[in-house]
Each structure stands twice: as C-alpha cells, then as structure tokens.
Design a protein around this ligand. Structure first.
Ligand code: 5GP
Ligand code: ZN
Length: 123
C-alpha cells in the first residue's frame, strides 16, 4: 500500500525503533508511548483493520499474539508470580479497529502496553 505509514515502516522507508523482525512480522516502539513499554506488532503484509482479515489469517494473527509475551519478557513487563502464587507485572494487548474502536493508523497493529503504572490514556 503506497500511502500507508506502517507499510513504509515495514519497508524501512520511514525509520522506527525496531525491536523484533521476522519474515511475517515487525515490532517497533510506539512514537508516542502511553506507558513505559509501548510496542506495536504489525504484519508486514497490509491489512487495513482486523476486520479485513479472513479466517485464513488465523496463523498470522496467532503469531502476532504469541509474540506479545516474548516481547513483554524482553522489556521487563512479563507476568510473574510471587512465591505464594500471587500474579505480578503484566501488560495489555490491544487491537483498535475502525473509528469507533479508536483506530488512527489503518494498517493492522497490536499494541503491547506495560510497565509501572499509572499509564496515560489506556486503563
Ligand atoms: P491506533 O490508534 O491506530 O490503534 O494506534 C496508532 C499508534 O501508532 C499510536 O499509538 C501512535 O502513537 C503510533 N504512531 C503513529 N505514527 C507513528 C510513527 O510514525 N511511528 C511510530 N513508531 N508510531 C507511530
Ligand atoms: Zn500498510
């Protein structure tokens, strides 16, 4: 997609702080972080929204979601457990879809948001 910001980021025509890359996915730091850790995971292939993905995209979507806990671990916001089993840490995984979903960039992306609270915006 010629005029898509995240396609340009995926093609490295626009710089970003890339934290993960493979043949299907790219993850990079959000330019305006809402929390201490705020990463975006995108498919390199263009899908405007989650609603533009068919059931055929289930493996790709699964791969995006499965990457999140790995990145959370790397960026220090993984879910952990106290000795008594109480959960600690953690993060949000968010996909905004369409105007009513608060989507601003129309290339599918998964937000990974975590770190010490309070966070701006996201509850
Ligand atoms: P949306 O509201 O579409 O779910 O989220 C779009 C996200 O993309 C926002 O959190 C915004 O800060 C981020 N963003 C917008 N433009 C750029 C950019 O040029 N570079 C990076 N790294 N992030 C961007
Ligand atoms: Zn795109």
């Amino acid at each position: 997609m010629e005029n898509c910001l995240f396609c340009k980021i995926a093609a490295k025509a626009i710089p970003s702080t890339i934290v993960y890359e493979d043949e299907d996915l790219l993850a990079f730091k959000d330019i305006n972080p809402a929390a201490p850790v705020h990463l975006l995971v995108i498919p390199k292939r263009h899908f405007a929204t989650l609603s533009d993905c068919s059931a055929n995209e289930a493996p790709l979507l699964g791969k995006m979601l499965a990457l999140a806990p790995r990145l959370a671990e790397e960026f220090g916001c993984a879910v952990g457990y106290e000795a008594d089993g109480t959960p600690t840490g953690g993060y949000k995984t968010v996909i905004n879809s369409g105007p009513d979903g608060g989507q601003e960039v129309y290339h599918l992306h998964l937000h990974l948001v975590g770190g010490a609270r309070p966070w701006r915006g996201m509850r």
